[in-house]
Design a protein around this ligand. Structure first.
Ligand code: SAH
Ligand code: SF4
Length: 344
């Protein structure tokens, strides 16, 4: 198996060039091709000497993922199923909107946290993705959609990004690097189930990326029932970590994600508790109607129930958005990603 160029930082790649007797600035040229021009065919990197290109081709692959299948839903949401070099599969979702788009990236194959409502959680953890496999998802989708603008990147696909912080942070550095894709950190959101020490660490790094937290229930008993990680990091600790997370501008909020499950967390009493929990802090709230998964007995809250819940939170002064499922026709909606083909 060849190593992948997208797994290297510019520094590391310069060192590799030097170690093989090439000029260090060849690394910058390669990175410009990959990250600026989205060119991943080494043969087309025409300003590189032919012998250097040959060495690169014999030593590396550029991307860490291969597209296996793509599916497009009626609402134009696209799910891309990728194969990794060891045969595992992950999914990335492209969600277009008026003049904008959102890319939903995976950070792990599976997830160890086993939230009761989530298809990725039901898989268990298989392994962490490398930084190159994360960056490759972005490069592939940009090539595929021929987008020359920067949409939003959300780490809301398969996996818990803060249990793979090393690779996720490296990938973010590569995506935001001024000499490369120069993606604004303001357009990147890391979503976590609430890994308290990692939230603190991410905050201290002051990367400027947005944080989303899957709160999903306003009290410890309900939350532990839905999300076993709540036993380890209960709401009091989680809220303290969020309180300390630096918001670098007046426009920045922490997003509270809340999956609406019939009869479980969706009553006015739950809304009142959630308002007390959030305690006027700088949150915006995304209500996500539960998407069906193939196991368990949960179902989504009724639309009227969701509206009542929304209005109660709005009356308390929060911006509250209902994230209607995109891509549910192709099993690409939140919580439905499990790395399997929908055509087989
Ligand atoms: N592990 C991270 C990011 C991936 S999950 C996290 O938990 O935040 C992304 C979002 O999908 C989370 O907010 C999660 O609560 C939500 N989700 C999971 N399963 C779902 C389902 N079946 N229906 C709707 N949303 C779901
Ligand atoms: Fe993992 Fe997030 Fe799914 Fe929970 S909701 S099992 S943390 S991917």
């Amino acid at each position: 198996m060849h190593p992948t160029i997208t797994d290297y930082s510019l520094d590391e790649f310069e060192h590799w060039c030097i170690s093989k007797g090439h000029k260090p600035w060849r690394a910058t040229q390669v990175f410009e091709w990959v990250y600026r021009h989205l060119e991943t065919d080494i043969n087309r990197m025409t300003n590189l000497p032919v012998n250097f290109r040959k060495t690169l081709i014999n030593t590396f692959s550029v991307l860490g993922t291969v597209i296996k299948e793509t599916h497009t839903d009626q609402d134009q949401t696209r799910k891309i199923l990728f194969k990794l070099s060891d045969g595992h599969a992950i999914e990335t979702v492209y969600i277009p909107a008026d003049n904008d788009y959102t890319l939903c990236l995976s950070s792990q194959v599976g997830c160890v946290l086993g939230c009761r409502f989530c298809a990725t959680g039901a898989m268990g953890i298989v392994r962490n993705l490398t930084s190159g496999e994360i960056v490759s998802q972005v490069l592939h989708v940009r090539q595929l959609t021929q987008s020359d603008t920067h949409g939003n990147i959300v780490f809301m696909g398969m996996g818990e990004p803060l249990l793979n912080s090393g690779a996720v942070l490296e990938a973010i550095q590569r995506i935001t690097h001024a000499d490369g894709m120069a993606w604004s950190p303001r357009r990147i959101t890391v979503s976590t189930a609430g890994i308290v020490p990692e939230i603190k660490r991410l905050g201290e790094l002051e990367t400027g990326v947005n944080l989303a937290v899957s709160i999903n229930a306003p009290d410890d008993a309900t939350r532990t029932r839905l999300m076993p990680i709540n036993k380890k990091y209960p709401l009091k600790q989680l809220m303290a970590a969020l309180e300390a997370y630096p918001l670098l501008s007046r426009q920045q909020y922490i997003t509270c994600e809340y999956v609406m499950i019939h009869g479980l967390n969706d009553t006015p009493a739950h809304a009142a508790k959630l308002i007390r929990l959030l305690n006027r802090r700088r949150f915006k709230i995304n209500l996500i109607p539960f998407n069906t998964v193939s196991f368990g007995r949960f179902r989504s809250s009724e639309p009227e129930v969701i509206h009542t819940f929304q209005n109660l939170l709005k009356d308390a002064g929060y911006g509250v958005f209902i994230r209607n499922s995109r891509g549910s026709g192709i099993h690409a909606a939140c919580g439905q990603l499990a790395g399997y083909s929908t055509s087989s």
